[in-house]
Every structure is written in C-alpha cells, then in structure tokens.
Design a protein around this ligand. Structure first.
Ligand code: HEM
Length: 209
C-alpha cells in the first residue's frame, strides 16, 4: 500500500476513503473524534471543493452517531465519547463487499477493482479544456447499481441506500466542474483511495494558499 511519506497512519478498520484521507492529511485523529469535531471538519473540507459545496451538518452528525452501532447505548456512547474511526469496520455502515471493493477487508487496494472504475467512466473535458477520464452522476449510479447487483448473496436492502451517501457526496465535494457538468476525475479518485490525498486545489484552499 502506498502512502504519503510522513503522513499519519490510518487504521485498516476505517473503510471510508474520504475519512482515511482526512486522517492522512492530519485533519482528523485516527482513533476517536468527537461528533462535533468530525462534523465541523467534514463541512469545512467540503466547502473547499469547487463551487464551495455545502454539506448538511445534521446529516453528518446523525451518521457519526450511529456509525459504531445502532443500539441506544452505542449511540449515546458516540454522542458522549465520540466517533471511533478505527472501529467502523463491521459496524452498521460496513457493506462488507457490497461497495466498490477497491479497499479490501484489510484496507489494502485491490488494483483490479480500482481499474474497474474506468468501465463506468467516460472522457470528460475540464474547465481548462483538458480531457480526462471521469464519472458523472449517471455513471456513478450505474456503478452503484452494478456493485449492489454483484453482491446479491451478501447485500442488505439498506446497502443500496447507503451508497447514495457515499459516491454522490464524493461527487459533490471532490467533483470538478467540466464543460458538460460535474464529474469525479478517476485520477483523483485513485489518489484518494491509494495515496489518501485530497485534490491539490482543495488542500490549497484549506491551507489558505
Ligand atoms: C461521519 C461521516 C462518515 C462515516 C462514519 C463514513 C463511513 C463509511 C464507511 C463505514 C464506509 C464503508 C462502506 C462499505 O463497506 O462500502 C464508507 C465508504 C465510503 N464513504 Fe464514507 N463515511 C462518512 C463520510 C463520508 C463523506 C463525507 C464522503 C464523501 C465526501 C464519504 C464517501 C465515501 C465513499 C466514496 C465510500 C466508498 C464506497 C465504496 O467503496 O463503494 N464518506 N464510509
């Protein structure tokens, strides 16, 4: 697994590519973060995306509260003690192979699954006229449907619904505004998963550069 030299380690039990990048960038602790802090950080990072995307803090807070367990006791524990990022694996949001499978159960990159993303992508032209491979919302939906479909023996009904809070939100946050609309650059998706790196333009805005 590749990682940026000197960047913080990320627990293999954190399966979220976006949270993994925030940890690697030093924006979130790898183990426990208060629900308020994780919400504020995600909203702030999102606003560094193209067009200053606004994520609803109430929805993020709700996800952070249930992410380690759905029982009232577990929800109270997250509310008082914080979200445990290094214990998301096997929690209620873990789709156990019903997602893209780019990260395996030990958070190692599956290169064949990473390459498969391109099956759903097409050529996109960015604002500067540069052509690259990318995924728009319709293409992401096709990929999510295919991911759900191929996991027929192990998926839960809720998994397809959970996906709507993953790839489309990533599109909103990390998407580039191309000539024909918003898309996720497959190169930037690769950097997020493999290098745990946010797009350069976002890090620049975050550090005020
Ligand atoms: C408190 C907030 C969040 C929590 C607790 C969380 C948790 C998770 C978990 C447990 C998974 C693994 C699901 C699986 O098994 O496939 C996941 C996947 C994912 N999350 Fe997050 N996440 C959060 C916020 C976000 C945000 C804000 C974004 C986008 C900007 C995002 C984007 C994704 C994506 C793209 C996947 C990958 C799905 C796949 O590989 O198919 N997450 N998240």
């Amino acid at each position: 697994m590749t990682s940026t030299p000197g960047s913080p380690q990320v627990s293999p039990n954190d399966p979220c590519p976006f949270l993994r990048a925030l940890v690697a960038h030093g924006l979130l602790a790898d183990d426990v973060v208060s629900v308020g802090e994780v919400t504020k950080t995600i909203v702030n990072v999102a606003s560094a995306g193209d067009g200053q995307p606004q994520l609803p803090s109430s929805a993020i807070r709700a996800i952070a509260l249930v992410a380690n367990g759905l029982s009232p006791l577990q929800v109270v524990r997250n509310g008082l003690g914080g979200l445990r990022l290094s214990e998301l694996r096997n929690g209620p949001l873990d789709k156990k192979g019903a997602g893209s499978r780019v990260l395996d159960a030990s958070a190692r990159i599956d290169t064949a699954e990473l390459a498969r993303l391109d099956d759903f992508a097409s050529d996109k032209t960015d604002a500067d006229g540069h052509v690259e491979r990318g995924l728009d919302l319709a293409e992401l939906r096709r990929m999510m449907d295919a991911n759900f479909e191929r996991a027929a023996e192990r998926r839960r009904g809720v998994d397809r619904w959970l996906m709507n809070g993953e790839w489309p939100i990533l599109l909103k946050v990390m998407g580039k505004l191309g000539k024909l609309g918003r898309y996720l650059s497959t190169t930037e998706v690769r950097d997020l998963f493999v290098e745990r790196r946010l797009p350069e333009r976002m890090s620049r805005r975050l550090t005020g550069g």
